[in-house]
Design a protein around this ligand. Structure first.
Ligand code: SF4
Length: 250
């Protein structure tokens, strides 16, 4: 069984990806090519920068950070983000199993690109799934990330069926993901999901732009600006109408 995870980087004391204080590991590799991806250097699985960490090494890092996770590890834990972590579902399942045996909370930040038995198995050991649903319309989703949203929505249904908690994430990009009818459709689609305890609207920002230059790649959203306060408020109001007070802007 694989015991090594291909990673891009590690953030100790992360506070944006899951509840409380987190050890956040950014896995290398992603099947999507989001136009706004602010970590384009995580997309290819094998690069000169790709590092590896064994399960044992990651558990050691977790143990070191444990005092900051609160009593009985209730205020923090382990998050695997990316890239897309489910490309390495088997090794992550082993890692999450072991982390949970030691009492750590496990969180997976996924774009839902992969549907497989291995991913379902990983979900069983994932306390909280952060699922990015980047567009409700299949064609717009394809334009934005290079593939339709069919697998993403299937993953949402699989998680819902399991009864385990999930948060949904939505990047608000002017001209791309802020169309009123699609925001309504997105919110309606998830309005009956019982496992969704939070919906995060993430306003688009241009922070990753410079990385494209460094990688010698074109940045297709060069003319796209961050959404205004009014645009963010409008999206939040639409989501809130169908999803209630679980909607937040981060
Ligand atoms: S899913 Fe995430 S890592 Fe993958 S291309 Fe999109 S933004 Fe980048």
């Amino acid at each position: 069984m694989a015991k090594t995870l291909k990673i891009h980087s590690i953030e100790t004391f992360g506070v944006h990806d899951g509840p409380g204080i987190r050890l956040v590991i950014f896995a290398q590799g992603c099947p999507f090519r989001c136009l706004y991806c602010h970590n384009p250097d995580t997309q290819d699985l094998e690069t000169e920068q790709t590092k590896t960490k064994t399960i044992a090494e990651i558990l050691d890092l977790l143990e070191r950070e444990k005092p900051y996770f609160g009593k009985n590890c209730t205020q923090g834990g382990l998050t695997i983000s990316g890239g897309e972590p489910t490309l390495q579902a088997k090794v992550l399942t082993s890692l999450f199993k072991k982390a949970k045996e030691r009492g750590f909370h496990t969180c997976l930040d996924s774009c839902g690109a992969i549907v497989s038995k291995a991913v379902e198995e990983l979900y069983r050991f994932t306390d909280l799934l952060l699922l990015d649903v980047k567009h409700i319309d299949a064609d717009w989703h394809r334009k934005l990330v290079g593939q339709s949203n069919a697998k993403v929505l299937e993953n949402a249904k699989i998680r819902e069926k399991s009864g385990r908690e999930m948060h949904l994430r939505y990047v608000l990009v002017p001209g791309w993901t802020d169309q009123e009818k699609h925001l309504i459709a997105w919110a309606k689609y998830f309005s009956h999901f019982k496992t969704v305890s939070k919906v995060e609207i993430l306003p688009y920002h241009e922070l990753g732009k410079h990385k494209y230059k460094e990688l010698g790649r074109e940045y297709y959203l060069a003319d796209t600006k961050a959404p205004s306060k009014e645009e963010i408020a409008k999206a939040k109001n639409i989501f809130t109408e169908y999803l209630g007070n679980k909607v937040v802007v981060n």
